[in-house]
Design a protein around this ligand. Structure first.
Ligand code: NDP
Ligand code: GDR
Length: 337
């Protein structure tokens, strides 16, 4: 039986990855931050809260990282923990760098000292591509991050590559494009939309307030993407891989797909700060732009080329954007019954 350690096990990806590894027969350990409330909602929703071993763990605390890695005899280490909300990273740039950049080297350097045979996965991101340099984006596309989060993740990406090249660690980065699910955090735009639309469909009156409706994202389903993470660590040689669907969609179109799943028929009006959407059937305004959700610098277009993952890992995204929007909208609607 193999043993895996997952940082960020209480997050969206951590929960899906833990479930996948348990199904594959792994003993699964994970790191949780101290909190005033003891809820592990995502692990409970997937029915695995009592099947994983949790350790108090914070990526900002070097000795804590050291002691945890010393205590758990792990074959694989998945570093999924991060301050992962791009929007918050302008308000928390130093904290974001501490967790998302320095946190990675804390783990790598400890593994180098204590467990150099452990296979390591770093959660890199399409946010590193930022300002468009090439379309579609792939492993060799130049990086131009547009947020403190993106900048910190570039450090995490290159320090992973550097420890692989300098010390021979089996360290891989997955450059994952956006992936969502019914377990997605409520502040990310897809879940914000499906939660807001579900409340409206159940009789609510408050329109969903959003920022830039023209940004385009390559959205897949988180459950598909964790399989790709695992496959990366099963390769003989460590490497970096893009995981993406290859299809890009505007925020507006995602909104429309989710609304259609809930039986709405939208009429769009206005542009920019004046843009609104109304449901013709109920007459309710369901969306209005609020400029407070605009970002200081935006990533306008993400579309990934996952050919390398397809060819080497045999990995492909299985869930298309309409199915994803429908899955999330239905889940939030059902939860309000
Ligand atoms: P979430 O925000 O859902 O989860 C983040 C996890 O990190 C949570 O478990 C959180 O704990 C934990 N965490 C945050 N800060 C610390 C810290 N200082 N020490 C230890 N743990 C901490 O993110 P996702 O699951 O969506 O993403 C997983 C990883 O993949 C992240 O690194 C993210 O940046 C990256 N990524 C995500 C993509 C996506 O589309 N989802 C795409 C590309 C990359 P708590 O529960 O206590 O908050
Ligand atoms: P992103 O995801 O920044 O791509 O990072 P998010 O869902 O936050 O934003 C996507 C796009 O939607 C636009 N947008 C809004 N976003 C939010 N959150 N709230 C709004 O009201 C809103 N209105 C419009 C944004 O401007 C943006 O263009 C996610 C995270 O999971 C990262 O951790 C990960 O690395 C990347 O995906 C890949």
């Amino acid at each position: 039986m193999k043993t895996a350690f997952i940082t960020g096990i209480t997050g969206q990806d951590g929960a899906y990855l833990a479930k996948l590894l348990l199904e594959k027969g792994y003993e699964v350990h994970g790191g949780v931050r101290r909190s005033s409330h003891a809820e592990n909602l995502r692990l409970e929703t997937l029915g695995i809260a009592d099947k994983v071993t949790l350790h108090e763990f914070d990526l900002t605390e070097q000795n804590n990282v050291f002691r945890t890695i010393r205590a758990v005899a792990m074959d694989e280490f998945y570093n999924l923990a991060a301050q992962s909300f791009v929007g918050a990273s302008w308000e928390l740039p130093i904290y974001t760098s501490d967790v998302d950049a320095m946190g990675v080297v804390r783990v790598l350097d400890t593994l180098r000292s204590l467990r150099p045979e452990t296979r390591f996965y770093q959660a890199s991101t399409s946010e590193m591509f930022g300002l468009v340099q090439e379309v579609p984006q792939r492993e060799t596309t130049p990086l131009y991050p547009r947020s403190p989060y993106g900048v910190a993740k570039v450090y995490g990406h290159y320090i992973t590559k550097n420890y692989r090249e300098s010390f021979g660690l089996h360290a891989s980065s997955g450059i994952l494009f956006n992936h969502e699910s019914p377990l997605r955090g409520a502040e990310f735009v897809t879940r914000k939309i499906t939660l807001g639309l579900a409340a409206l469909a159940r009789g609510g009156a408050a329109p969903v307030e959003l920022g830039n409706m023209d940004a385009k994202r390559d959205w897949g389903f988180a459950g598909d993407y964790v399989e790709g993470m695992w496959r990366m660590l099963q390769q003989e040689v460590a490497d970096d891989y893009v995981l993406a669907t290859g299809v890009t969609t505007t925020i507006r179109d995602f909104f429309t797909y989710a609304a259609e799943e809930l039986g709405m028929d939208l009429a769009w009006e206005g542009t920019g700060e004046a843009e609104t959407a109304t449901d013709r059937k109920s007459g309710k305004q369901v969306m209005k732009v609020n400029p407070k959700f605009y970002r200081p610098a935006e990533v306008e277009l993400l579309i990934g080329d996952a050919s390398k993952a397809r060819e080497t890992l045999g990995w492909e995204a299985k869930t298309d954007i309409r199915a994803l929007a429908a899955m999330m909208a239905k889940s939030d609607y059902d939860a309000l019954s």
